[in-house]
Design a binder for this molecule. Structure first.
Ligand code: FMN
Length: 209
């Protein structure tokens, strides 16, 4: 095995190691507005759900590894405190990849990618029509993890509204085969979480009391 001390690694190498070993990671496609009302859309795979009462999702718009600068999503969230977090399907992969280009602030990734904005119910940023699972959120807390190139910022968001496409339900659940989500792995790899990639495991019985 290789044994690497984290303190000896560059931010770029650390990112490659982390994203290679920790995967597949779910992808949040996050829609925000700037304080001037300009739309922004970007993917984040440092993302997950962390509680259900209230429903909490967290993603990390990190500092740029190149120069330590902030991303538009981070700035918009701090200014306007609202976002829509949506999941990413196989059919959306190429358009979501376009949203990850480092466009100048104010460039509308809905237009660049061709993804379709839909009005939200409780927040100002639009939803993405192509995603079958969209969450309207307010920012509860932004937690900076350090102030260096590559440092994470935890955007802790409370979900106010879930929007779920009717056609992803099967056998009473939101079915992974119908969602057809993708996850992010290392390098340029992604995982398609449907078909033969799926398997079921029943919960073990409760221990005797
Ligand atoms: C699938 C995917 C996952 C990504 N995950 C993250 C992430 O978790 N954190 C991050 O800071 N950047 C991540 N990026 C890069 C951002 O999407 C990219 O820096 C983008 O330009 C940020 O946009 P913004 O400046 O409009 O917020 C990811 C890119 C892709 C394609």
């Amino acid at each position: 095995m290789k044994h690497l001390l984290a303190k000896d690694l560059s931010p770029k190498d650390t990112l490659e190691i982390l994203t290679g070993g920790v995967g597949p990671r779910p992808i949040a496609l996050v829609s925000t507005l700037s304080k001037e009302g300009k739309r922004n859309l970007a993917p984040f795979s440092f993302f997950n759900a962390f509680g259900s009462n209230p429903p909490i999702v967290v993603f990390s718009p990190a500092r740029k590894t190149r120069n330590g600068g902030f991303k538009d999503t981070y700035n918009n969230l701090l200014e306007t405190k609202e976002c829509v977090v949506q999941v990413v399907t196989y059919a959306m992969a190429k358009q979501v990849n376009i949203c990850s280009i480092e466009f100048k602030p104010g460039v509308d990734e809905f237009i660049e990618s061709g993804l379709t904005p839909l009005d939200s119910l409780k927040v100002k940023p639009p939803r993405v029509k192509e995603s079958p699972f969209q969450m309207e959120c307010v920012l509860k807390q932004m937690v900076p993890l350090e102030e260096k190139p590559g440092s994470g910022n935890l955007a802790i968001c409370e979900v106010l509204v879930f929007h779920i496409a009717e056609n992803v339900y099967k056998d009473g659940i939101i079915h992974p085969d119908l969602l057809d989500l993708i996850g992010r792995n290392g390098g340029h790899f992604y995982t398609r979480a449907s078909g033969e990639a799926l398997f079921e495991l029943e919960k073990p019985p409760l221990p005797p009391s």
